[in-house]
Design a protein around this ligand. Structure first.
Ligand code: OFO
Length: 171
């Protein structure tokens, strides 16, 4: 069974994934009431579902390994954004924090000589690499587009086709 240190750290990650899911849910809800952002709305809502799946995967792992998963209380996420660009910048910042957190979990697993958890976490390492790539791609595109309305139209139309080859896609 993983050590208490490891279980506590995994439970902190449960909270982080739950907060990510809430944050993207709020982005989706914000996008839904902006004119012409159907694709982006779908993207955020789908992303929120994926984060929930990441949370569930952790909950099941903790419980199956003899720990007790803690379903956390959540803070209200940011509800409004000055622009689509700002929303995607926030998304990228958030993903970078999640990656840091996953990396520190990997470090704890190694320190605890918990190779099973180390192995379990590799899925998250790969997932974060892909999520960072996707978030950067969206930010780069929005930077290029600037205030060009036809560019924004195409961004919204194509966002769901941006390739995501993360393990989360098939899990
Ligand atoms: Fe859970 O992968 Fe992003 O945050």
């Amino acid at each position: 069974m993983p050590s208490k240190t490891m279980i506590d750290a995994l439970n902190r990650q449960v909270l982080m994934e739950a907060q990510s899911s809430q944050a993207y849910l709020a982005m989706g809800s914000w996008a839904e009431i902006q004119p012409g952002l159907k694709g982006v709305t779908q993207f955020f809502f789908q992303h929120s579902e994926e984060e929930r799946m990441h949370m569930l995967k952790l909950i099941h792992y903790i419980n199956e390994r003899g720990g007790v998963a803690i379903v956390p209380a959540l803070k209200q996420p940011q509800l409004t954004f000055d622009s689509l660009k700002k929303a995607f910048e926030t998304l990228l910042e958030h993903e970078l924090k999640v990656s840091e957190s996953i990396n520190s979990l990997v470090e704890i697993a190694l320190n605890e000589k918990d190779y099973a958890t180390h192995n379990f976490l590799q899925w998250y390492v790969m997932e974060q690499m892909e999520e960072e790539r996707l978030a950067r791609e969206c930010n780069d595109k929005l930077e290029l587009i600037g205030d060009d309305k036809s560019g924004l139209y195409l961004f919204d139309r194509d966002i769901m086709t941006l390739d995501k080859q993360a393990p989360g896609k098939s899990a």
